[in-house]
Design a protein around this ligand. Sequence first.
Ligand code: AP5
Length: 211
Amino acid sequence: MNIILFGAPGAGKGTQSSLLIERSGMKQISTGDLFRAAIKNKTDLGLKAQGFMDKGQLVPDDVVIGMVEEVLKSGVRNFILDGFPRTVAQGEALDQLLKNMSLSIGRAIFLEVPMNVLEERLTGRRVCKGCGTVYHIQSKPSRVPGVCDVCGNEVVQRNDDKPEVIRTRLQTYADYTAPLKDFYRNSGKFVSIDGDRGPEAVFEEILGLVK
Ligand code: AP5
């Protein structure tokens, strides 16, 4: 099954995608990760995206849609769309892309998490510069502070996890992404789940939905 996992910044989309990859063999298409890789590799796409991301704004729809189209055309199936779509225009473009490729989405799963919890998760998040493993200074610290348990690289704060950028990202979410809930409610594929529980409890519920 192909699914959409969506929710506010810090809702746990990346955390749940990692569990789905590891335990159910699904493949993640994370637009945020694709942009971060492009920035690291200093590609044209990365140059286009960086200014928007550093300010907590959305990358323009045409850039994101073009990137996702390329990934879908590469033949990936049984996928999790993480962080896409993020605007109603992206949702409409995705419908068209899927139709053209005779593909479909089984579920659009929304992770519901209260605002104060989102802020705490984002300010405390740390990520490995090498392999991208995600930590949290309180709920999931690395064994040695600042060092990745998996690959030994440095563990740092994301540029867009600084307090002033977090505020913009949460506002951007409220303005542009929250309306997607109605978009998917109307499609009959929408499921809202309580994301304010431990990662394992959230995962069990998602697994039940994708089986
Ligand atoms: P992106 O990377 O997609 O960021 P985001 O949507 O803001 O989501 P996050 O990665 O911040 O959070 P998450 O939900 O994955 O949470 P996580 O699992 O890490 O996008 C970044 C930027 O790229 C955007 O701002 C935009 O500029 C651009 N972009 C990307 N897609 C775009 C698009 N479609 N259109 C336009 N622009 C786009 O968890 C967060 C923390 O909480 C971690 O520390 C984790 O350990 C902890 N945690 C997770 N789950 C739990 C839990 N259940 N209990 C306790 N702690 C938990």
